[in-house]
Design a protein around this ligand. Structure first.
Ligand SMILES: [Zn+2]
Length: 305
């Protein structure tokens, strides 16, 4: 069995504030250490559960968050974004995906760093229903025959994910500062949490037969609400249907709808023909920058077992 471990960062143990997820900051360098430790536990769990092959796909922001030379060497690592067959590369190669460190959907009140796909959107709806990232990415994987069998993150993010992935195993992660800045108590909380990650990932892989690929039957009507009308005007170079700050499009299935969402988010029409060399350059630039020119980590007094 080939297990894909998809890594976001917001839902890692040890992370309690936005800056720890912001690429390039000293606090993010600390956040990367947190994420890498979480991912290593999930890798161990996947192998314990019977995976023959494990690939880590880094997805947050530019896609280079895990500290590559601190990752369990048995796992293959894929950083950065791709053009084909999807933004995440070849997602149909996996038999099961475990999604680490997720966050809540755009528009979720009182959630930690809630967003769907990208910070420019205040809400994404599919067929009128508020969508979280698991609705979108989970259904993209689902259309390729791949189930998502595990999620970790704050309670509201996990609850949203379980609405579309009721079979998924999960680990809930505290996002309050007190959980991580309280000395010995925090050390214990983090150690227990990471142990849970390993055990629950192991169970998910062992019970992979009970997981289902998520399929959202088409046709699908996407509505992306931008944070402002100016943003909508700036990003909608594709002349998708627009009403003030809301941009809408139709798709026959999720992969097609996601492709259009990615056009809207990442590729202005005039740059679209150059997207392949652009992404190639970006992958290499950020791999080198985030590996060799990263700042010293600032844990801000957090416990670091
Ligand atoms: Zn993220």
């Amino acid at each position: 069995m080939h297990v894909g471990i998809f890594a976001d960062i917001e839902g890692s143990f040890g992370i309690w504030r936005m800056r720890q997820c912001r690429t390039g900051t000293a606090e993010w360098q600390y956040g990367r250490q947190c994420l890498t430790k979480d991912v290593n536990c999930v890798i161990q769990g996947a192998f314990n559960g019977g995976a023959q092959k494990v690939t880590v796909k880094d997805t947050h922001d530019v896609g280079f968050n895990c500290i590559i030379n601190q990752l369990d060497r048995r796992a293959r690592y894929i950083g950065g974004h791709y053009i084909r067959p999807t933004l995440f590369g070849n997602i149909s190669q996996y038999d099961l995906v475990l999604y680490v460190a997720i966050h809540a959907a755009s528009g979720t009140p009182d959630a930690f760093f809630p967003h769907t796909h990208y910070g420019i959107f205040s809400e994404i709806r599919i067929n009128g229903k508020l969508a979280c990232e698991m609705d979108i990415y989970g259904a993209c994987l689902g259309e390729c025959g791949v189930p998502v069998g595990f999620v970790s993150g704050e309670d509201i993010a996990v609850r949203q994910a379980l609405q579309c992935l009721p079979w998924a195993k999960f680990v809930i992660v505290d996002k309050r500062k007190e959980a991580y800045a309280s000395g010995e108590e925090s050390v214990q909380y983090i150690l227990n949490g990471r142990k849970r990650l390993q055990e629950v990932a192991e169970t998910a892989v062992r019970e992979a037969f009970s997981m289902k690929p998520l399929i959202l039957p088409g046709p699908l009507r996407f509505e992306a609400v931008f944070r402002s009308e100016e943003l909508a005007n700036k990003f909608n170079t594709w002349n998708f249907t627009q009403n003030k700050n809301t941009v809408a499009w139709d798709a026959n299935n999720m992969l097609e709808g996601w492709e259009k969402l990615n056009k809207l988010t990442f590729f202005p029409k005039n740059k679209y023909p150059f997207r392949r060399p652009l992404f190639f350059l970006m992958r290499n630039f950020y791999r080198i920058k985030n590996t060799y020119f990263a700042p010293a980590p600032n844990p801000e007094g957090a416990a670091q077992p």
